[in-house]
Ligand binder design. Structure first.
Ligand code: 3AM
Length: 170
């Protein structure tokens, strides 16, 4: 079984920009994500068998959805997962279309299905206790691809690894 999810996978420029912002976060016990782990989850699928991964990859290849531009203009604190994350005041229609298309794609598969409304976010840090008070310039992320990502647990911590990515339409 492999623990997988669909995500927007930032390019190196965005990773650097977000990491620089993340460096400014300070609070006791905060566990920041390393730059290579930054992502925007589109659909968390949980632990799945290899044949399901194959089906996901076959279906994802056929998906036609538009590229997505996210304007990360807020830093939020979510108390239950205890994360600090980047969020967008406005989520573009193209993002909902992509998430809906992915939910259709997994509908009949034995994978985790999310019941909560979708809220785009990029987790910056875990084990947070309160909302950081920092000013920053909005970060615009143009996603031309979406990806299937594996979450691997190592002694050194969790590592997110790209399984495959697919182009979004211009
Ligand atoms: O995008 P973030 O970092 O918030 O929280 C987990 C992470 O999301 C989420 O999937 C992403 C990759 O691990 N996740 C983990 N378990 C989950 C669950 N049971 C979950 N999302 C929903 N339900």
């Amino acid at each position: 079984m492999r623990r997988v999810f669909f995500a927007l996978w930032p390019d190196d420029t965005i990773r650097t920009e977000v990491s620089q912002l993340s460096e400014r976060l300070e609070q006791p016990g905060l566990r920041k994500l390393k730059s290579t782990n930054l992502h925007v989850t589109l659909a968390f699928l949980g632990n799945v068998e290899e044949d399901v991964i194959l089906t996901l990859r076959q279906r994802a290849r056929t998906l036609r959805s538009s590229s997505v531009t996210l304007q990360f203009d807020e830093i939020d604190y979510w108390s239950r997962p205890r994360i600090v994350c980047l969020t967008c005041q406005k989520q573009p229609l193209s993002l909902y279309q992509l998430v809906n298309a992915l939910n259709q794609l997994i509908r009949d598969l034995p994978v985790h299905k999310e019941s909560r409304p979708f809220r785009a976010h990029m987790t910056l840090a875990r084990k947070a206790k309160y909302r950081p008070q920092i000013c920053f310039n909005a970060i615009s992320m143009r996603a031309k691809k979406f990806a299937l990502v594996e979450s691997v647990s190592l002694a050194s911590g969790v590592e997110y690894r790209l399984i495959e990515s697919w182009e979004l339409q211009a």
